[in-house]
Design a protein around this ligand. Structure first.
Ligand code: NAP
Length: 292
């Protein structure tokens, strides 16, 4: 078994977590809607992650909806003391599996209670406000986040939420958020190819704020490139391991939450903790990103 301590730890709010974590979105059914075909293997992935040293799990009650959180509770509750479960609110699912913004105070309160009920802790350790201001709901878009973030901060003051993060946030929204409450992490789209947040990552690193890239492997259609495969072959690694090792080397405040529904892929991903990329490989990957 790989020792995931090799990739170190970083502060997440008041806790310290290993930099290799696990993202649970792949555990729900197709389209992140409904139950998985094989709930036993979903629970096995979660148990194997924690047994391997993962102590940072990312989820949301809108995965399924409810399904992913219920699987986490069934597999892992009572939770180990060092496990940090990070959830996100700000959307709900339509009957047609659509993703609908849900940021009124009532909807946010409901979402916090849904997470508490389905995950089962006394308090939610970290809650990300998922921002959905663009027309499609999936990309980033400017606009004030003051009303929903103030509502979430009130839930924090009531003791239901310990720490707050932002997801899908622009630089201006993070600055606005930090004027309203402490922001302990930012979860945005970032990977080897999609590098819009370069300056933001460095700025957050200077301030000790965790940056948690979603789609670290490219998302539902993982990254594919002959350059990436070539680098991986030369290092005796897999392309996904190189993609994760690159993120680990990119900045110390990056926490990884690769998603998988497979124990074999989980093991492969966690083994990236021990992979060091030489400068020549990083330069080659940078050239690949520049040329698209
Ligand atoms: N804040 C947000 O808006 C947001 C959005 C999306 C995701 N997230 C969070 O970020 C986490 C990571 O994102 P993600 O899971 O969507 O994408 P990802 O980690 O970039 O990639 C997941 C995909 O890669 C495949 N995969 C994983 N390991 C692999 C391996 N070793 N070899 C080959 N394929 C592999 C998975 O399929 P298999 O199941 O077959 O392994 C799945 O199709 C999520 O789990 C979720 O917690 C947040």
């Amino acid at each position: 078994m790989t020792n995931i301590d090799r990739s170190g730890t970083f502060r997440l709010g008041s806790r310290s977590v290993r930099r290799l974590g696990y993202g649970a979105v792949q555990l729900a059914g197709p389209g992140v809607f409904g139950p998985p075909k094989d709930p036993d293997s979903a629970r096995a992935v979660l148990r194997e992650a924690v047994a391997s040293g993962v102590n940072h799990v990312d989820t949301s009650d809108f995965y399924g909806p409810h399904v992913t959180n219920q699987l986490i509770r069934e597999a892992l509750h009572p939770y180990p003391d060092d496990l940090v479960i990070v959830t996100k609110i700000g959307a709900r699912r339509g009957d047609d599996a659509s993703w609908i913004p849900a940021t009124s105070p009532d909807e946010l309160t409901q979402a916090v209670h849904d997470n508490l009920r389905n995950l089962g802790p006394d308090v939610l350790e970290v809650v990300n406000l998922r921002i959905m201001l663009d027309r499609e709901g999936h990309g980033v878009a400017e606009g004030s986040i003051e009303p929903p973030l103030t509502a979430l901060a009130e839930l924090q003051q009531r003791g239901l939420v310990r720490r707050i993060g932002l997801s899908n946030a622009t630089h201006a929204q993070i600055a606005e958020g930090r004027r309203i409450t402490e922001i302990v992490c930012v979860q945005n789209h970032y990977n080897l190819i999609h590098r819009d947040d370069e300056a933001l990552i460095d700025e957050l690193a200077r301030d000790g704020i965790a940056y948690v890239p979603f789609f670290p492997l490219g998302g539902f259609t993982p990254l594919q490139s002959s350059t990436l495969s070539g680098v991986a072959d030369r290092l005796g690694a897999t392309p996904m391991q190189v993609a994760l090792a690159w993120l680990l080397q990119r900045a110390p405040n990056i926490l990884l939450i690769p998603g998988t529904s497979s124990v074999a892929h989980l093991r492969e991903n966690l083994a990236a903790a021990g992979l060091e990329l030489p400068a020549s490989a990083i330069a080659e990957l940078d050239r690949m990103a520049q040329t698209g």
